[in-house]
Design a protein around this ligand. Structure first.
Ligand code: MG
Length: 176
């Protein structure tokens, strides 16, 4: 039961991970949670950090896709200037939209990684889709109201993951 919450890796935030990490693991598609992973939920335009990150992924032929439970308007407006694909209303922790997307574009699961700031939605969805995951801390302190409920459980789960030593820092990806 608890297994579904265990991420492949842990990072403080997405911006501390160098692009080499993804290249070495042969990642071709990166599924990015939006709110509190890429940017704050009330950021309507991508930050400079987010823009550079996306630019660097593209340069290395890694396809970034935003996958968000947020509404289509918020997600499409944000992604427009980045010129990237997105899946809005993604219904994480369910994985069917992820699976459908990967199937539609014939993407091999082993070349995919999902990055998000919540165990209860992002990590569970990634595990259900049988792809690699990275759990991050929330990027900024403030959550949108709808997330505050999940955050209560997320905190408990994280504590348990830490206690059981199940958060593997991305820097240790070569070691098992
Ligand atoms: Mg999030």
């Amino acid at each position: 039961m608890f297994k579904k919450f265990i991420p492949t890796f842990y990072a403080k935030n997405i911006y501390e991970i160098p692009i080499d990490f993804f290249i070495k693991q042969n990642i071709k598609v990166i599924l990015l949670d939006l709110d509190n992973t890429l940017d704050a939920y009330n950021s309507f335009v991508p930050s400079e950090n987010a823009q550079n990150l996306i630019k660097n992924f593209k340069k290395e032929n890694i396809k970034p896709i935003v996958i968000s439970n947020n509404k289509s308007n918020r997600v499409s407006n944000y992604c427009k200037s980045l010129n990237i694909d997105f899946i809005s209303n993604s219904m994480k922790p369910f994985a069917f939209k992820i699976k459908r997307y990967l199937k539609q574009y014939s993407i091999d699961k082993k070349n995919v990684i999902l990055i998000g700031d919540q165990t209860v939605t992002d990590i569970v969805a990634g595990n259900r889709a049988k792809i690699k995951t990275i759990l991050c801390d929330k990027l900024v302190e403030i959550d949108q109201p709808v997330t505050r409920f999940n955050r209560f459980f997320d905190k408990k789960i994280r504590n348990k993951l830490k206690k059981k030593n199940l958060l593997k820092d991305w820097r240790n990806y070569g070691n098992n």
